[in-house]
Design a protein around this ligand. Structure first.
Ligand SMILES: [Zn+2]
Length: 135
């Protein structure tokens, strides 16, 4: 299932380099002084097709979410359900992301903060946890 979570494709290298260094990088058009989603392909204000990058605070609030149940593997193991969410960054852009929040705590507007996962293999990735919670 692909809901638009970012993949490294050359255009998003700055994002993944940032994630590896525990920084949330998003697009920023200097001309319009507006923040854009990391996967924005152009600035809607001036049409710049290669907006720059800026470091975001990592703070966000929850807009909506969905629980996905993966398909069982061939050996019958059922993967943990994953929480996928749409969050609004404090800088304005919306981002599809994974969520590590207790299901009971989920509510619209929940304050979130970025956290980073560095798997043994593959790209480091971003998820969001409840702001103020430990871990
Ligand atoms: Zn612009």
């Amino acid at each position: 299932m692909d809901i638009g979570i970012l993949r490294r494709d050359g255009r998003t290298d700055a994002f993944f380099d940032g994630t590896a260094a525990e920084r949330l990088m998003i697009r920023h058009c200097a001309e319009c002084d507006v923040h854009l989603a990391p996967d924005a392909t152009s600035c809607p204000g001036c049409g710049d097709e290669d907006p720059g990058w800026a470091r975001a605070s990592g703070d966000a609030s929850l807009v909506s979410w969905t629980v996905t149940h993966g398909r069982p593997a061939e050996d019958g193991t059922v993967p943990e359900p994953a929480l996928l969410a749409l969050v609004e960054l404090d800088e304005g852009p919306w981002l599809y992301t994974r969520l590590a929040v207790a299901r009971a705590a989920l509510r619209e507007g929940l304050p979130l903060t970025a956290a980073y996962v560095h798997p043994d293999e593959g790209e480091s990735y971003l998820l969001f946890t409840e702001r103020g919670s430990v871990g």
